[in-house]
Design a protein around this ligand. Sequence first.
Ligand code: AHM
Ligand code: MG
Length: 356
Amino acid sequence: MGLLDHDGALGCEGDFSDMENAIDMGAGTGREEVRIMTLQSHILAEQGEHAQAGGTFSWILSALSISAKIISDKVRRARLENVLGSVGAENVQGEVQQKLDVLANDVLMKTLGGREGVAIVASEENEEPIILRSDTRGVPRYCVLFDPLDGSSNLDVCGGVGTIFSILAYDGRATRAQDSLLQPGARQIAAGYVLYGSSTIFVLTLGNGVDLFVLDPGIGAFMRVERHLRIPAGNKTYSVNEGNRRSFPEGYRRFLDWAQENGYSSRYAGAMVADVHRILLKGGVFLYPPTQKAPQGKLRLMYEANPMAMIIEQAGGKTVAGPGRRILDIEPTAIHQRTPVILGAADQVDAVLAHL
Ligand code: AHM
Ligand code: MG
């Protein structure tokens, strides 16, 4: 059974005729080419080019695409259906869980749970990873890690929120199955995020560049609008929670002083997906430094920093935890561990590093 059978049944992206009939509309648009290409078609086309991206792997990407559409719908209807606000509980990080955090987590668990190729799912919202299949005979298996609804405190004010995901190969040789998850980010096979903003955006890397898709609500399909995104250099903009400034290490404060003396602007949405998306398209630098309250920073290595680092590097940018500490080289020791993050256009990350 191919992707067509399954996703077609869900009424989403089952029409592959566009693969054969891609229309070159590039003339005069300034783009190399513009093709009518859905995410599903893109996945199938990539499947032919990657050893890793066999059918099993493509099924996982299709589950993420379907989850994104369901979560997008829930986010847009949240106020109407009275699912804003907290559930009155805290997650494993000790953070207040929003009702939509729980709903989004359930959606991803259910869509990914049905995919034969998924060995383990790990969510920022769950204390322990869930081992679905540990047998490695027959089909290649993968681990999928995600932050189901990043920046969810923005929900109540209709701000941007997102889903972040990372895919690792599962080798089944670790003594404890969940130890398969503890791989450095450089070993990610794919990573991406979905931004539920003024439109719903799906950003994906399979390790050969970064592609951008927009959900067309009229037909329920993600349409590819940009290929091989590159982060622009020279944008003097930083993105940081400056309310924490007094508890940043001195080097970060020096950078902020220097930036303010040198004509920088500040932009901060308070949702990593929204802030990183702006940087991917426009350049600049995003920082979540260590603070007194969070000496390792606030952001999670496996669910936030690693997938974003893969995307940023694939778009020509840079992501570090500090001087000489590339995020993607960090050897994780715990699935919920945190890390400081500095990411963005290489020139702007270097400007921060010059002060640390
Ligand atoms: P969350 O995953 O619980 O939503 O927390 C992560 C979010 C990021 O999206 C964002 O960059 C950061 O927390 C904002 O934190 P702060 O409010 O401390 O600036
Ligand atoms: Mg998050």
